[in-house]
Ligand binder design. Structure first.
Ligand code: FAD
Ligand code: AMP
Length: 478
């Protein structure tokens, strides 16, 4: 007999698993289909983020930062650390354990909330039926009242550098190196390229990042991007902008990469090459020809602001639809859709999705950049505060970077918070909370911030917007 569900979710990444749990919590009979197999061949939940994305990359970033600190950051504190060495397989194994814990945790949450896991590949048929093909090839069809597609994304391949997961790897392969490559090339200076490049640079690799665009981090505020380029370069990342990869050749476990830049044809040879040129939506064998679900011109599933597709009762969320490819965006879309299915009038504020790059220092922002606002003809006041003037940052010997608060010149409403510096992701989240409640720079300035904290830098930057900073000289008249 055909199993029937109120909600069937395809994909158990941060979009799908959150949507499934939320739907079940709202009393809907919910199933979630997942096909990802871990190294042991078992179905693992959590999607890209938990298995090969956010979490493993942060585990390696944290480990490599500790190593770097032990080698280069202790002496200033008067701590002698001699003979510091790195056991890469142990570091990678720690990462894998964290992944296992978290993905297992999602399974536990499914059970606790009554979500039925259907293991296998899901395909949307006409009439909100979903075909599930199990790993052994057997198929079943389930009937859904509502379908949520959360099939996510995968790395983009480029013909000039075909991934072999040995010498030329994608982001997944770059989380599994068993030793530190002497020389490492990274194609793409996006979030993933910079994070993974940083991991291996901290462990001692000579890292070159090859980026086609002339501009570094074009989505970030220009002042922050400039500071980021300076800082990362100082850390030893060789960032080649305006450099387009045109070909590569693997020979004797090394790869020679050809690229063109302003000076013409160039060539560099590396022990490993990470291809990090972006991600694309996963829609292969996902939609039957008569499913009725439309794709947009870039291959993403077409949805409106509430994540409804072209078929009533069928929704799509996360990386497979337009917008930022971020776990928290996927999850919040999942919550919104589950709530709408349950009859609530949920909406999502797409203007306040924070972005983070987990380099050191972190780079994070929420809202609009100064150049965006100027382009829109909005008059703004800007306040900045350098961590070099923060007592807490000095205590931690982590004084690089700044906080920048941008407010509307007429209303004083905060329109953007941009940070490069220690704990930037956490500081930006405070800005996001304020902005969600329509904070003005003056409101932030009037709040009491604990001393000494890094958060005081946000306080001071907000005060600086109107020339009221205490611990830096104000540029503006009070
Ligand atoms: P996914 O996480 O891709 O999950 C989709 C799931 O659907 C997968 O498990 C897949 O197996 C399954 N699936 C697909 N098709 C089918 C089918 N037909 N049947 C059954 N199952 C199917 N984002 C952040 O916010 N912060 C970070 O720090 C961050 N770091 C990242 C680091 C790296 C190296 C990478 C690669 C990504 C990172 N991201 C980060 C991005 C983040 O991982 C994604 O935005 C997020 O995982 C998207 O969630 P999703 O649920 O839409 O898709
Ligand atoms: P993101 O989409 O943020 O992950 O960033 C991927 C980056 O890779 C973008 O900045 C692209 O400009 C860059 N990129 C894409 N193709 C190439 C190429 N052939 N050579 C160098 N950089 C590239």
């Amino acid at each position: 007999m055909t199993q029937k569900f109120d909600v069937v979710v395809i994909g158990a990444g941060p979009g799908g698993y959150v949507a499934a749990i939320k739907a079940a919590q709202l009393g809907l009979k919910t199933a979630c289909i997942e096909k990802y197999q871990d190294k042991e061949g078992k179905i693992a939940l959590g999607g890209t983020c938990l298995n090969v994305g956010c979490i493993p990359s942060k585990a390696l970033l944290d480990s490599s930062w500790k190593f770097h600190e032990a080698k280069a950051g202790f002496a200033i504190h008067g701590i002698e650390a001699k003979g510091v060495s790195i056991d890469v397989p142990a570091m990678v194994a720690r990462k894998s354990n964290i992944v296992k814990n978290l993905t297992g945790g999602v399974s536990t949450l499914f059970k606790a909330n009554g979500v039925t896991l259907l293991e296998g590949h899901g395909k949307l048929l006409a009439g909100k039926q979903v075909e599930v093909t199990a790993l052994d090839g057997t198929t079943q069809v389930v009937q859904a009242e509502h379908v949520i597609i959360a099939s996510g994304s995968k790395p983009v391949d480029i013909p000039p550098a075909p991934v072999d997961q040995d010498v030329i790897v994608d982001s997944t392969g770059a989380l599994e190196f068993q030793s530190v490559p002497k020389s490492l090339g990274v194609i793409g200076a996006g979030v993933i390229g910079l994070e993974l490049g940083s991991v291996w640079a901290r462990l001692g690799a000579d890292v070159t990042v090859i980026e086609a665009l002339d501009k570094f981090l074009p989505a970030a505020d220009e002042q922050i991007a400039k500071e980021a380029l300076k800082t990362l370069t100082k850390q030893g990342l060789k960032i080649r902008l305006g450099a387009r990869v045109t070909g590569s050749e693997v020979k004797k476990k090394q790869v020679t990469v050809n690229f063109t830049d302003a000076e013409g044809e160039q060539q560099l040879t590396f022990d490993k090459l990470i291809v990090a040129v972006g991600r694309r939506p996963v829609t292969t064998d996902l939609l039957a020809t008569d499913s009725g679900v439309d794709l947009d011109e870039r291959g993403f599933i077409y949805v409106n602001d509430q994540c409804a597709t072209s078929v009533p009762g069928v929704y799509a969320i996360g990386d497979v639809v337009r917008g930022a490819m971020l776990a928290h965006k996927a999850s919040e879309e999942g919550v919104m859709v589950a709530e709408r299915i349950a009859g609530h009038k949920a909406q999502m504020n797409y203007d306040l999705i924070p972005s983070v790059i987990y380099t050191h220092p972190e780079i994070a922002w929420v809202g609009k950049t100064e150049q965006q606002l100027k382009g829109e003809g909005v008059a703004v006041n800007v306040g900045t505060f350098p961590f070099a003037a923060s007592g807490r940052a000095m205590a931690a010997n982590d004084t690089g970077g700044m906080v920048k608060v941008i407010a509307d010149a007429t209303t004083d409403r905060v329109l953007g918070v941009h940070v490069i510096g220690p704990s930037a992701a956490e500081l930006v989240q405070q800005g996001a909370i304020g902005m969600e409640f329509g904070t003005s720079a003056e409101d932030l300035g009037m709040m009491v911030f604990s001393h000494p904290t890094l958060s005081e830098a946000l306080h001071e930057a907000a005060l600086a917007v109107n020339g009221h900073a205490i611990h830096v000289v104000n540029r503006k008249k009070r």
